[in-house]
Design a protein around this ligand. Structure first.
Ligand code: MD3
Ligand code: FE
Length: 221
């Protein structure tokens, strides 16, 4: 007797199987973790982006980043020719960044707890938008006041190859594919490892369209 039929075009059949993959001593990929949250997450994200739209920023080196950025929460990460920093105000509007929607804060806190970091209270959510061709060069995240809290990232839309390096820029990075709905938690000894994103390949995601959006939650202040 054949088993129950599988609808290959149902949303969840497009995804990787759920599960937890350890990628570093204190880092885990939680496959598909955000999928059950998506119907609440996307409207919340839309609301944030209506107040603080994506914009491309310039690095201190004078290069325009290929990823476009926005933020929500008490602090937002920005860069301009004078440096990288967290600010309480969106420099584009002069108003505070949009509040972090409760759904997003809870998703990040649940994921952190499931990966071994209890009581994660993020005050910053950086939102990166990659259109095909956009990338993020190898870097460390060092603008936060304290490194004991983990970083939680949520991948949406087109897949990307994440580069997970070591503590020296020259350490050969491992390549990790990240898909729509995957959540990654980095912490402890892995918090200052170099990382980046390879250029996003051409394509159109059935839910998100021709883009990848990454949410990065941090305790920055
Ligand atoms: C690993 N963003 O915004 S998220 C960034 O997909 C950034 O948009 C990437 O790197 C993206 O700074 C990757 C993941 C991430 C964030 C912080 C980390 C990975 C990390 C800190 C240490 C190790
Ligand atoms: Fe980073």
């Amino acid at each position: 007797m054949p088993g129950p039929t599988v609808d290959l075009f149902a949303d969840d059949a497009l995804q990787q199987p759920a599960g937890r993959e350890q990628i570093g001593e204190q880092s885990h990929v939680l496959r598909g973790y955000a999928l059950p949250w998506i119907e609440h997450l996307l409207p919340a994200l839309r609301c944030v982006l209506a107040q603080s739209p994506f914009r491309q920023m310039v690095t201190p080196g004078g290069f325009t980043m290929s990823a476009a950025l926005s933020s929500c929460g008490e602090l937002g990460w920005t860069t301009d020719p004078s440096g990288y920093r967290y600010t309480a105000l969106d420099p584009r509007s002069g108003h505070p960044w949009p509040a972090m929607p409760e759904t997003l804060r809870q998703l990040a806190a649940h994921a952190a707890a499931d990966a071994g970091f209890s009581d994660f209270v993020p005050d910053a959510c950086l939102i990166n938008r990659y259109v095909p061709g956009a990338k993020m060069s190898l870097h460390q995240d060092k603008n936060e006041r304290c490194y004991t809290a983990p970083v939680v990232s949520v991948s949406l839309g087109l897949p990307a190859i994440f580069l997970f390096g070591g503590h020296a820029r020259s350490d050969k990075p491992q390549k990790i594919s990240l898909f729509h709905g995957d959540v990654v938690v980095w912490g402890g000894v892995d918090r200052l490892r170099f990382h980046g994103v390879m250029p996003v390949k051409d394509g159109t995601h059935p839910v998100m369209g021709p883009q990848r959006i990454n949410l990065t939650f941090r305790t920055a202040g």
